[in-house]
Design a protein around this ligand. Structure first.
Ligand code: G
Ligand code: G
Ligand code: MN
Ligand code: NA
Length: 253
């Protein structure tokens, strides 16, 4: 059985799973939102990490139905945790191949309409790779969704090779500091300089910053001293299944 066949079957078979990792505001002690993370629970091979199957999903185009499935699933699940007054945000990762599809915007809007998920609570995470290919087309799509209230984050910020000029041309709301920078904070002063620079630039441009991969109290304190208050990482929680995420959020409230 090829991985492509396996993936097709997985999508129909509920072998794909969504986990959630909280995003925390350490200054208020509140959970602001959750990032949805895809998992493949294979019947024979066990848990297959996304790094191992997302490239195949991209090569075969299956990433589009998989992404839309995950978005629908996550919207419904997050809505089921709290009442309509909730402000809990949902972050979802997008692959560049998906964003490049001509019907990308309609696909996202369809899921929002169908699930009644408030667009203002959805943040779509893209990487700099998305912006490197056809920036003008991407700008148009992001602006269209942004006009409906959806926000965008640049994931793994600082690891791509693109110029920073796109930050002014795109409706970006959040920069996510890559976990390699967070984890390097205590090893080299270079990492601290980089993180400080990203935070200062974000402040200047009116963008939010989320530090990823926060694992230790030292990293937390160091980030706080640099005025970064939004964090995600094993220090707060590993990615959890929906019911566990719901309990965790209830216990923080
Ligand atoms: O969850 P984990 O740390 O194993 O994720 C590894 C990589 O897979 C990360 O780069 C993450 O952004 C990516 N990833 C996780 N879920 C999704 C998803 O639903 N869609 C896409 N395109 N990438 C995802
Ligand atoms: O590329 P992206 O930021 O979407 O990847 C998120 C991935 O990082 C998830 O798959 C998640 O499992 C992983 N992750 C989340 N928190 C931590 C952390 O504190 N340390 C490490 N090493 N990985 C983390
Ligand atoms: Mn991400
Ligand atoms: Na990241």
């Amino acid at each position: 059985l090829t991985m492509e066949t396996g993936l097709r079957r997985a999508l129909g078979n509920r072998e794909l799973q969504v986990l959630y990792q909280p995003q925390v505001d350490v200054s208020s002690g509140r959970i602001l939102g959750v990032e949805a993370l895809l998992r493949w629970q294979h019947p024979d091979r066990g848990l297959i990490p996304p790094m191992d199957f997302i490239p195949v999903a991209e090569q075969t185009g299956l990433i589009v139905p998989i992404s839309l499935w995950l978005l629908r699933e996550a919207c419904l699940e997050v809505l089921s945790w709290q009442g309509p007054e909730s402000e809990l945000r949902l972050a979802v990762n997008l692959s560049s191949l998906h964003v490049e599809q001509p019907d990308f915007v309609d696909g996202i809007l369809d899921v929002l309409l169908e699930t009644q998920f408030p667009p203002e609570r959805l943040e779509l995470e893209i990487t700099e790779h998305v912006l490197m290919r056809n920036l003008d087309a991407v700008i148009e799509k992001l602006r269209e969704l942004s006009g409906r209230g959806v926000t965008f984050a640049i994931d793994d910020f600082g690891t791509g090779y693109s110029s920073l000029s796109y930050l002014q041309r795109l409706p970006i709301h959040t920069l996510k500091i890559d976990q390699s920078f967070t984890q390097g904070l205590y090893q080299t002063t270079d990492e601290a300089t980089l993180v400080n620079t990203i935070i200062a630039m974000a402040q200047g441009l009116g963008l939010q910053v989320v530090a990823e991969g926060v694992e230790t109290g030292e990293q937390l304190r160091s980030l706080r001293s640099m005025q970064c208050h939004y964090m995600q990482g094993f220090l707060f929680s590993i990615p959890l299944v929906g019911p566990e995420t719901r309990s965790l959020i209830a216990s923080w409230d």
